[in-house]
Design a protein around this ligand. Structure first.
Ligand code: ZN
Length: 304
């Protein structure tokens, strides 16, 4: 079943049902540019019940993070490559196919390379993404998250497809990634990102399609986003205090969501320019726990 409109998207659980005013406020963020935070910080119901989760591995640095082994597979090969799980039956993930899209690319394309935005306009092939104040690039964080999540998913019997096979090249543009996701047999597609906002803006948020187009799987996108949000919150991670509502931030301005025909959601794991969030995002233990929560969210979506 498809939603008539993205404005009908609501949290999945009674505990998270927001007031009509807060829902409207959250949806208003759908069209806000990343660099233009018009919404005032708001306290999330989830956030007030969840412990802070950034203390672990405080000694970890971006330099530590960069020691993760690179994937030697070429982008082309990895796009088509499958890593089939071999550990037998592991619940809802066994035998399922998950498409992971680590956002951006190791080498940003020129601004002049434009592609469709999925709604009649154009966008850059891939934006450069953000980075921490210390120079830890978002594309590298996204790549590390993809590796962690891929490992966990394959251990649970899932097949994992990746939108890019390394963190060095230009990789596919955002429209080509969506086309490959659509032509795969993926049961869920998850784009992996981190945000770049001002100090004090912190926490994760998950985006489903807003104002869906006829070809979108709006119900699937929303259910996947809610499952991911629920799992991240249950693991103790703090929902965004600056975008969306209760960790959800549906968007109509993302090519990857606009072109998608599959259940697809995009995670912003935190703000790389916030001093608390970057400790979590730079920590191998933090990334591992974020990956575990992501896998739990995907599994809950598939088991629904
Ligand atoms: Zn990003």
């Amino acid at each position: 079943m498809k939603h008539r409109t993205g404005l009908r998207i609501l949290p999945a659980t009674v505990a998270l049902i927001a007031s009509m005013s807060s829902v409207a406020a959250g949806l208003s963020a759908c069209t806000i540019d990343k660099d233009n935070f018009a919404d005032p910080p708001r306290t999330s119901q989830v956030a007030t019940t969840m412990p802070e989760n950034t203390a672990a591995s405080a000694s970890a640095t971006p330099t530590d993070a960069r020691r993760a082994a690179p994937n030697p597979t070429s982008p082309t090969a990895a796009t088509d490559a499958r890593q089939d799980g071999t550990n037998g039956d592991h619940g809802a993930l066994a035998g399922r196919t998950i498409y992971l899209d680590p956002g951006h690319a190791g080498t940003p394309p020129p601004q002049s390379l434009q592609v469709t935005d999925g709604r009649g306009g154009t966008k850059t092939c891939n934006t450069a993404g953000t980075s921490s104040d210390a120079g830890f690039p978002e594309h590298e964080f996204n790549w590390m998250m993809a590796q962690e999540i891929q490992q966990l998913l394959t251990q649970r019997g899932a097949t994992v497809l990746l939108s890019r096979g390394d963190d060095t090249g230009r990789a596919d543009c955002i429209d080509a990634r969506a086309e490959k996701e659509n032509s795969s047999d993926a049961d869920a597609v998850v784009s992996l990102h981190a945000d770049g906002a001002g100090q004090g803006n912190r926490g994760f948020h998950v985006s489903a399609i807003a104002d869906p187009l006829p070809h979108n799987d709006a119900a699937g996108s929303t259910a996947l986003a809610e499952s991911l949000r629920d799992a991240l919150a249950a693991a103790g991670f703090v929902p965004s205090n600056y975008l969306g509502s209760e960790g959800l931030n549906p968007r109509a301005d993302l090519t990857g969501l606009n072109l998608s025909t599959r259940p697809k959601a995009l995670i912003e794991y935190g703000n790389m320019r916030d001093s608390a969030d970057i400790v979590l995002l730079s920590s191998p233990d933090g990334r591992r726990r974020l990956a575990e929560a992501t896998v739990a969210g995907i599994e809950a979506f598939l088991a629904r």
